[in-house]
Design a protein. Structure first.
Length: 271
């Protein structure tokens, strides 16, 4: 089958299934399987797809028609310009989370900061933090052992040093952290999410009636630590920011910066 013919037919199938990114998804799958960039593919629609390649591509389209996330089909996704391993056990990292890394890099940190990626999932945040700040000591903390396995795979993929810890938030750690990165579940339980997100692990998405229950538990744990954390970065829906600010304040932290979905908190009293 020719590249141009497959692209047209596959795009039509995804469009009929209501996939808004139909053509782009097809191009990405072609790039992966044929090992050619989209410029080459579009410039040479007469290129041929062999039998094995075609079998894989149609199987991938069958999965995407059912709204399975493209990252699960590919087994990978990009975050902060790097390619991370992804499986059905973890939430696909979103572009809006990249702002957390930007704020982290702008913060005034000690020479060798201790950073915790709490609710790490794939480990994209923590691994990226280590790659951007090589002197940092990074811990990837996750309550789900399957997700933690994916995080460890990404640690190995990038050949970095990072501790992977199975824990309910900070319950099993006694490290004095300078930074906490927390992209925790924040979608309210009754919120209607899209079909693709429904295939992602619920434990990584829903956070109680108002979406902030897991953050309440985190800040309760932070309040009990022997020393305050210098910087806490959270992700939540913008309409939740005011309530999350109040939750943080009750545990001794003040809002110092907001960037889209991301909030930065620091102790009310330093030192």
């Amino acid at each position: 089958m020719l590249v141009g013919d497959w692209l047209k037919a596959a795009t039509q199938q995804l469009q009929q299934a209501g996939i808004e990114t139909a053509r782009l998804d097809c191009l990405v799958l072609l790039e992966d399987r044929l090992n050619k960039n989209r410029t080459q593919l579009l410039a040479h629609p007469e290129g041929k797809i062999d039998g094995e390649q075609l079998k894989y591509l149609w199987e991938a389209i069958d999965r995407r028609v059912k709204h399975e996330p493209l990252a699960y089909i590919r087994g990978k996704t990009e975050f902060y310009g790097r390619e991370f391993i992804i499986t059905k056990h973890v939430l696909e990292p979103r572009p809006e989370s990249e702002a957390m890394i930007d704020l982290l890099k702008a913060a005034t940190l000690p020479p060798t900061p201790h950073i915790a990626d709490v609710g790490a999932g794939s480990g994209a945040l923590g691994v990226t933090a280590k790659l951007e700040l090589p002197s940092a000591h990074v811990s990837l903390i996750e309550i789900d052992e399957h997700a933690l396995t994916v995080a460890q795979k990404n640690v190995n993929k990038f050949s970095i040093s990072a501790a992977c810890t199975l824990s309910d938030l900070l319950a099993k750690t006694d490290v004095r952290y300078d930074v906490v990165l927390a992209n925790l579940p924040y979608v309210p339980d009754n919120f209607q999410i899209n079909p693709a997100a429904l295939m992602e692990p619920r434990i990584a998405i829903f956070g109680g009636p108002d979406g902030l229950d897991v953050y309440r538990r985190l800040f309760t744990q932070l309040k009990r630590l022997s020393a305050p954390v210098s910087f806490i970065f959270t992700e939540a829906l913008p309409p939740q920011h005011s309530e999350l600010k109040d939750i943080a304040r009750l545990s001794g932290y003040r809002l110092t910066r907001t960037e889209d979905f991301i909030q930065q908190f620091e102790p009310l009293r330093k030192g």
